[in-house]
Design a protein around this ligand. Sequence first.
Ligand code: DQA
Length: 138
Amino acid sequence: MKKILIINGPNLNLLGKREPDIYGTLTWDEMLEQLRSKFSGEAEIEYFQSNHEGDIIDRLQTADCDGVVLNAGAYTHTSLAIADCIAAIAVPVIEVHISNVAAREEIRRRSLIAPSCRGVISGLGLQSYMLAIQYFLS
Ligand code: DQA
């Protein structure tokens, strides 16, 4: 059984309530339940969320798993520290987004962390996470 760690960054704890026209109406608990049930028997999915940059870095540094699915939220566009951390660790990281960041404001079209990641999946809602997990299982 593969071990996958999902890390969600700032404000992703508000999914379901937060700008539902952009991020949908599912709560994160509902999304995580769907992910765990889809991959039951294939992947053990651990989850961590933080609104704090340093906490995300601490969790990445201690990641002991086959792959990390990271939605760094707005830190995607600003955090050289998270980018450095991803480059420093051996565990592969996939950057995911619920919304299509390429179709949004100019600042969201730039990712500081993407060059350190194995790949990027954006704009597919819950399926962004599913596809990233599928990659680690393949
Ligand atoms: C997001 C996109 C980011 O630009 C934004 O700051 C978020 C969520 C997404 O999943 O679509 O918080 O990462």
